[in-house]
Design a binder for this molecule. Structure first.
Ligand code: ACO
Length: 327
């Protein structure tokens, strides 16, 4: 028995913020942002919208498209780095309640922007292990809530959104998750960090530095890491299955920066047309970026059952990974 993506859904907030809008907040320009990242806009949640709200909207679409009853879903995994609450309760528990998934266990998965890639392999293992039948996996972020809107190095990069998939046992060879590669380089943890709020630096009124409440990033280090691991993940997954790039319909990379994707494509001599990108519209939505991309591909008929698709991710941790699947 294999495990396949039975259905998909996504949601992004209505509020669309352009690069020009950001020039009112920090010393930047549309030209700089587009030329250094490929980003033109991002969607930012409303004041009364929280991570679990975005997750619920994406999940409802996936559940409906999957034609699955809510009581058939017995596990809910929420991949996020921007939960409703720090530590507990998990966002998954809140989503489970909002969706009325009465029979589902629920937990959060924290692997930065690699969360969805980790989640697919986790879901597959849970189902193949036999303990669970149908897993709802959601990648969701409200990074706008932990972004320093005074820091031009980071605030232009991120956006909010959610993507969800239902994973179910696959009875045919036609579609399924074939293989995954997951990795971590924790020695790079400090390159992408939100310092305050954990056991290492609890928030203390009066002494916590404001910038420590937000994402801090060593952009150049993360960039170099990203190009290296993207290249390694693609090569390794192809080699393991004696595939060449011609056999792959699409590579769907984590949408962090178009230049990272172009650099990996250049090193591997893979044409950019093989890579699906929509970073121009959504910026980096972290754990949500791959399912948002897959959902757009699904809705625009770019994916046919049986297509070989390679997903690649990297992010805070530093974490990285990839999945090879038959759509
Ligand atoms: N507008 C205008 N100028 C800017 C901006 C901005 N928004 N941001 C930085 N600059 C300036 C810098 O201050 C610097 O100026 P200086 O030369 O006078 O010092 C100049 O632009 C060049 O800065 P660099 O940091 O060298 O620019 P670079 O070309 O490396 O691009 C970037 C920076 C886009 C952040 C790039 O390094 C990158 O994409 N890194 C990876 C980031 C990433 O993917 N993060 C997400 C990880 S996933 C996760 O888990 C969340």
């Amino acid at each position: 028995m294999g495990v396949y993506i039975r259905s998909i859904g996504a949601y992004v907030p209505e509020n669309r913020v352009t690069n020009d809008d950001l020039t009112k907040l920090v010393d930047t320009s549309d030209e700089w942002i587009q030329s250094h990242t490929g980003i033109k806009a991002r969607h930012i949640c409303a004041e009364d919208e929280v991570t679990s709200d975005l997750a619920v909207k994406a999940a409802e679409q996936a559940i409906e498209r999957g034609g699955i009853a809510k009581d058939e879903i017995d596990m809910l995994v929420v991949a996020t780095a921007s939960p409703d609450y720090t530590g507990f309760p998990s966002t998954a528990s809140i989503v489970q309640d909002k969706l009325g998934l009465e029979k589902a266990a629920a937990f959060d998965l924290v692997a930065g922007c690699t969360g969805f890639v980790y989640g697919l392999e986790t879901g597959r293992s849970l189902i193949e292990g036999g303990a669970f039948r149908n897993v709802l996996l959601i990648g969701v972020e409200t990074l706008s809530r932990i972004t320093n809107w005074k820091d031009r190095n980071t605030c232009v990069l991120f956006g909010d959104g959610a993507g969800a998939v239902v994973l179910s046992p696959s009875m045919s060879e036609e579609s399924g998750i074939i293989d995954s590669l997951l990795g971590s380089e924790g020695s790079g943890a400090q390159h992408l960090v939100r310092r305050a709020g954990g056991s290492k630096e609890p928030i203390k009124l009066g002494s916590t530095k404001e910038e420590d409440l937000y994402i801090q990033m060593n952009g150049r280090q993360v960039y170099n890491f990203a190009v290296r691991v993207n290249t390694e993940v693609i090569t390794t997954l192809l080699d393991r299955h004696q595939l060449t790039i011609d056999g792959i319909s699409w590579i769907v990379p984590h949408q962090a920066n178009i230049r990272i994707i172009q650099a990996a494509a250049g090193r591997l001599k893979i044409p950019m047309e093989k890579f699906f990108t929509n970073i121009h519209e959504y910026a980096n939505t972290s754990a949500a970026s791959i399912p948002i991309a897959l959902n757009e591909m699904y809705e625009t008929d770019k994916l046919q059952r049986g297509d070989l698709v390679l997903l690649t991710g990297f992010g805070a941790g530093l974490s990285y990974g990839g999945n090879l699947l038959k759509w």
